[in-house]
Design a binder for this molecule. Structure first.
Ligand code: HEM
Length: 461
């Protein structure tokens, strides 16, 4: 069986000058990579006000992410870029503040909550199929549109116990899309130490979108919060209820109203942007891999038949899980993690100054020539064979690793496998021959020119 290798930005043969690198990265940081980026152990770039080290050495990656994680907190650049939207949320805080938030938020993602979330995910998946049924089979369709919609609907239903319907929900969705498209225009200059290049107009638009989202979320949270304070929480078993019940382990205090807005805004962003990116790429990879798609379709039919999907059966969809895992390898939604070393330290024979930015990039590690067999090929079965065992164990981290590992990983896997299974059962995914998506690093890894496929309804559906 020939395996499909999706296109990605062709690495430059040599490392460019600082100016050249900045020029290449103007569209996306991935455009600035060069051939050795995929083979080296550590690279460095020194820019005005920023010393940046790109780390591929697994031993050092584990040190930064795991064993000495407290010495390499999340970069303040991330906090600075996302603060207008997320405030002091778990995604960007560090130290004790982060630890307190993590302890308080953990219960919302335990298995029992995942069980409650399943029927809500299913409801959103059924609405997705109704929308997809209206798509013209003959026409190329940008699947990113629907994947963004369904994942936002799922996070909405699981936070608020209501589907993403009505004008306010759609305003939140639209404002998030505006925020998402502006984010790289603000983040890249911060990372490259060239904030002066940020257009004030972009900053103004981004802050406006952030204010609008926070205002709308606040309006939804406020009545629930007030009812909770009066002891009238109602029967909701959703994420908002879990956050309102959470208590600081030391002081016994709950989240304040503003903290709730911060965490809900963060969950809405982290919880749908990432899954939407991965599901979009998974649909494309399946459309380009008809044999794998056929096997996955047969598995879904064998497991679900034409009955309503049951959570208990999800673990039997082994190939669908592997398809999603392999998509996360080739297109990790969070392409890189930026950390900052709090004190000067040695690393691979260099002395890194305090305050340097250390970057660990799943995009590079998960395609690293040293680790992976046929690294650019879409090969879901590699997760069952033994030949990539070490790579999977040491160089595969789409959900990060160590204390900052994704809190919603189990949630994301459950929703993704369910959505893929529902799509596979109903449609055949077909490629659009002349269309080649161009991966770019935005808030997550997206395509600069959309991801167009065709959907043909299966006879059995
Ligand atoms: C395929 C989907 C997803 C991927 C690939 C993903 C990936 C990640 C990664 C890589 C991080 C850590 C970033 C870093 O270390 O700098 C992270 C953090 C986080 N993610 Fe996810 N995520 C996904 C879906 C979700 C979902 C669905 C939720 C919630 C419902 C979620 C909630 C979070 C939270 C709360 C954090 C912050 C954890 C902390 O810092 O303690 N994620 N995610």
């Amino acid at each position: 069986m020939s395996l499909f290798c999706p296109a990605y930005p062709k690495p430059h043969p040599e490392k460019a000058s600082k100016l050249g690198m900045f020029w290449h990265a103007r569209r996306s940081w991935m455009d600035a990579l060069f051939e050795r980026s995929y083979t080296m152990q550590m690279g460095e770039v020194h820019l005005p006000g920023v010393d940046l080290y790109m780390l591929n050495d697994i031993k050092e990656v584990k040190r930064v992410m795991q064993s000495e994680a407290q010495l390499f907190p999340k970069s303040h650049l991330l906090h600075e870029s996302l603060e207008p939207l997320l405030g002091e949320s778990i995604f960007t805080t560090n130290g004790e503040q982060w630890q307190r938030q993590r302890t308080m938020m953990n219960p919302a993602f335990e298995q029992a909550r995942l069980n409650v979330a399943f029927p809500r995910m299913l409801g959103a998946a059924q609405s997705m199929l109704e929308r997809l049924d209206t798509v013209d089979e003959q026409q190329a369709y940008d699947i990113e549109v629907e994947m963004t919609h369904v994942t936002a609907d799922i996070i909405f239903r699981t936070i608020f116990s209501q589907p993403m319907q009505g004008p306010d929900a759609h305003r939140i969705f639209a404002a998030f899309a505006r925020y998402q498209s502006l984010a790289p225009k603000l983040m890249l200059p911060a990372l490259f130490g060239t904030r002066w290049l940020t257009m004030p107009w972009h900053r103004w638009q981004s802050n406006k979108a952030a204010r609008e989202i926070r205002g709308l979320l606040h309006a939804m949270i406020k009545p629930r919060y007030e009812a909770h304070l009066e002891g009238k929480s109602g029967e909701n078993e959703d994420i908002l209820a879990a956050f309102m019940q959470a208590k600081d382990p030391q002081s016994g205090k709950p989240f304040s109203e503003e903290e709730l807005v911060n965490q809900v805004a963060m969950l809405f962003l982290a919880g749908h942007e990432t899954s939407a990116s991965a599901l979009t790429w998974a649909s494309y990879l399946l459309a380009k891999s008809p044999e794998i798609q056929q096997r996955a379709y047969e598995q879904v039919i064998a497991v679900f038949g034409d009955a309503e999907p049951r959570q208990a059966d999800m673990k039997s969809l082994a190939l669908v899980w592997n398809i999603f895992r392999e998509t996360l390898r080739l297109f990790p939604p969070v392409g890189f993690f930026a950390r900052e070393n709090v004190q000067s330290c040695p690393m691979r024979g260099k002395q890194l100054g305090a305050g340097s930015t250390v970057v660990v990039a799943p995009w590079l590690l998960q395609r690293h020539r040293k680790w992976w067999k046929n690294p650019d090929a879409f090969d879901p079965d590699r997760f069952d064979r033994g030949d990539d065992k070490d790579a999977i164990k040491h160089a595969y981290m789409p959900f990060s690793m160590g204390p900052r590992v994704c809190l919603g990983a189990a949630f994301a896997l459950q929703e993704a496998v369910l959505i893929l299974a529902c799509i596979l059962r109903r449609y055949e995914l077909l490629p659009v021959d002349e269309h080649v998506p161009e991966p770019v690093g935005r808030l997550t890894i997206r395509s600069a020119n959309g991801v167009r496929i065709k959907l043909r309804k299966r006879a059995a559906a």
